[in-house]
Design a protein around this ligand. Structure first.
Ligand code: SF4
Length: 366
C-alpha cells in the first residue's frame, strides 16, 4: 500500500490549481469545504525548526500551536484558500485571533466555534446554526452552495467513516496485518489526501478473514496525536501492538457507531458531531470517557494504556490525573509520556517504555 508523501502530494495539488485551505485541529465540517471544491489540508505538527513563532507566543504554549504558527508565518504556497481555526481549545482560539487580527496573513482566516458539552436541544440548535453560518461565509466568497454537491460530500464522508470503523474493529481483533507505524501512517493520511484518494486507499486495506498472529503484548494509546514514528517503531521492535486508540487525531473523530446514509446534510452533520466519542476538548462527563476507555480496553484485550500527552496541553492535562487514578484503581497498568513532538526518543523514555512492556509481557504469561 503506497501512501503519498504529504508535502509532495499537497504541492502537486496546489500546482494543479486545487483550492486548499489550511485547517488547524481538530473538528470541522470538512464536508462543507469539499462541497465548495476546497481541499482541507490539516495542520497538526508540521516539521522544522521553530524560528519565528516563539516571538508571538507564551513559553507555556503547546508544540502543536507553536509549529502551526511557524508554518503559517512562512506563508506556504500550498495553502491558497485561507486558514480555518476550529475552537478546539483556548490556545487554538487565541492563535486564530492572533493570526487574524495581530499578525495578519494575506489569506482569509475563518473560525468555527464547536459547541462544548453533550447532546441536548441547545447544543444541537447551536451546532446547526454555526454550520449554516460557516456555509454563508463560504458562499460569500465562492458563490451559492450546490445542494447535490453537499449531499455527495456527506455520502463520501459516510463511506470513509464506514471503512475506518471496519479497520478499527479489525485492528482490535488482529484482523489487520499492519504494524504500528504502518497503521498510524494510514490513519494520518486522511489529514492531507483528497477524500476520494483517501477512500481508495482505505478500500485497498486488506482485512483478514481469520485473525493473524497475536502480538506479544497489546496496548491502548490515548492523547492528541499518535506517538511519534520513532516510538511506534520502537514498540514494533519490542513486539507491542497498539490495538486501540483514544486519540483526537484518530478514533475521537470517528462516530461511535454506524450511521444511516445521509439524506439531509445538515441533519447528518449535526447527528454525526454528537455521536463522536468523548473528548477532553469538548468538555463533557469524565465518567463517559472512563466508560469509553474501559470498553475499548476490553474489546481490544489491551493489557495497558499509554497516555502520550502533548506538553502544555490543558484539555488533556485536565482529565489526565483522574483518568489515571481510576484506571490504576481498576488494575490497568498505565504509562504516561510527555511529548514535544521531537523526532527522537530520549533514553529515559526508552527505559520507561521497556519497563512498561516488560510488565505487559508478564501479564500475558504469568
Ligand atoms: S495539543 Fe492541546 S493545547 Fe495544543 S492545540 Fe491541541 S488541544 Fe490545544
Amino acid at each position: 500500500m503506497m501512501i503519498p508523501n504529504r508535502k509532495e502530494y499537497l504541492k502537486a495539488l496546489a500546482n494543479s490549481g486545487q483550492k486548499i485551505m489550511g485547517v488547524l485541529p481538530a473538528l470541522y465540517p470538512r464536508e462543507l469545504l469539499w462541497a465548495f471544491d476546497i481541499h482541507a489540508a490539516e495542520i497538526w505538527d508540521p516539521p522544522g525548526e521553530i524560528l519565528h513563532a516563539n516571538a508571538h507566543l507564551q513559553t507555556t504554549i503547546c508544540p502543536i500551536v507553536k509549529r502551526s504558527l511557524e508554518f503559517i508565518l512562512k506563508e506556504p504556497d500550498i495553502i491558497n484558500a485561507g486558514y480555518l481555526f476550529p475552537h478546539t481549545c483556548d490556545s487554538l482560539q487565541n492563535l486564530g485571533t492572533q493570526v487574524k487580527d495581530l499578525i495578519g496573513v494575506s489569506l482569509p482566516v475563518y473560525t468555527f466555534y464547536n459547541p462544548k458539552g453533550s447532546f441536548n436541544n441547545t447544543t444541537t440548535r447551536y451546532y446547526r446554526d454555526i454550520l449554516q453560518n460557516f456555509q454563508l461565509s463560504m458562499e460569500a466568497v465562492y458563490g451559492p452552495l450546490a445542494p447535490d454537491k453537499f449531499l455527495a460530500a456527506c455520502v463520501l464522508s459516510h463511506k470513509i467513516d464506514s471503512h475506518l470503523m471496519a479497520i478499527q474493529q479489525a485492528r482490535m481483533t488482529d484482523h489487520l496485518s499492519l504494524n504500528n507505524a504502518e497503521y498510524f501512517k494510514l490513519m494520518r493520511a486522511q489529514e492531507y489526501l483528497l477524500p476520494t484518494d483517501y477512500l481508495s486507499l482505505l478500500e485497498q486495506v486488506d482485512i483478514l478473514d481469520q485473525p493473524g498472529e497475536s502480538p506479544r503484548a497489546r496496548m491502548m494509546v490515548s492523547g492528541i496525536l499518535p506517538p511519534t514514528p520513532e516510538i511506534l517503531e520502537f514498540l514494533d521492535e519490542l513486539g507491542v501492538s497498539i490495538v486501540a486508540d483514544d486519540l483526537l487525531a484518530g478514533s475521537r473523530r470517528i462516530p461511535k457507531f454506524p450511521m444511516d446514509a445521509p439524506v439531509s446534510p445538515l441533519d447528518y452533520l449535526t447527528d454525526r458531531f454528537f455521536i463522536l466519542p468523548p473528548c477532553s476538548t469538548r468538555g463533557g462527563d469524565l465518567d463517559e470517557r472512563l466508560h469509553h476507555l474501559s470498553k475499548h480496553m476490553n474489546a481490544s484485550q489491551a493489557q495497558g494504556i499509554l497516555f502520550d500527552i502533548v506538553k502544555f496541553c490543558e484539555p488533556e492535562l485536565f482529565d489526565h490525573r483522574l483518568l489515571v487514578k481510576t484506571l490504576r484503581g481498576k488494575n490497568y497498568p498505565v504509562l504516561t509520556l510527555e511529548t514535544e513532538l521531537e523526532n527522537h526518543i530520549s533514553g529515559q523514555d526508552k527505559t520507561r517504555i521497556e519497563a512498561f512492556t516488560e510488565l505487559l509481557f508478564e501479564m500475558v504469561s504469568p
